[in-house]
Design a protein around this ligand. Sequence first.
Ligand code: KIV
Length: 274
Amino acid sequence: MKNTVATFRAAKGRGSLAMLTAYDSTIASLVDECGINGILVGDSLGMVMLGYPDTISVSMEDMIHHCAAVRRGTQNALVVCDMPFMSSQCGVGETLRNAGRLVKEGHAQAVKLEGGAEFADEIRALTRASIPVMAHTGLTPQSLNALGSYKVQGKSIEAAQKMLDDARRLQDAGAFSVLLECVPAALAARITKELEVPVIGIGAGPDCDGQILVWQDMLGLTGGNTAKFVRRFADIGNAMRQAFCAYKNEVGAGTFPAAEHCYGMDEEIIAKLK
Ligand code: KIV
């Protein structure tokens, strides 16, 4: 089934929307084959693909390049592309221009924009320009320098009330969906119940309308301390490490390539070579 912003809206209240990140066409096509509803070309690509310590250095060019690759590998999932840091923070005009590039050059079908109600004008302008927006609130990793660290958001009464008010205003501004990151489950449940648009959660408990994970996290490719909300659905990292080591050892031992991996040729031709 083809996923669109309309099918996302129609899935409100079912808790069934499944999203994953992807950054290239090979992974996108695998994800797409499984019937995943939405693929996010997240700016997490800075950390899981490009080796940056955070998402702040990711550029518009990075996002366009990876989003176009994901679109080439995707048939049915809705492709949402992150607006990277400082592409949506310099006013409405600049935000429109940058989102337009993600759609025209990266072939994104929607954009995701980090921040609270202070970005309502930008979301209104993008919606007016027929660019669907997924609003991302709760923990917003692009604000790392202002926050100090990645931590659960909305635990005090003031912070929880602000997040609920922000979510309402993001919806009112036209966001077709709201993504909540690192939010206590009870608060995410309250926001999900309140909003008419689907809420996608990451570290926001089971009561959202859908879930999203970074594919490298859920397949065990990211080492070190992964967040509490990550579940490893497979340990592909170890399987890959074993395969890389086996390849290196076989090349060293001369057992790869074997006869079945070689192209044949008429021996007489070889013999005639001067
Ligand atoms: O960039 C990203 O992958 C994200 C997800 C963590 C939601 O924003």
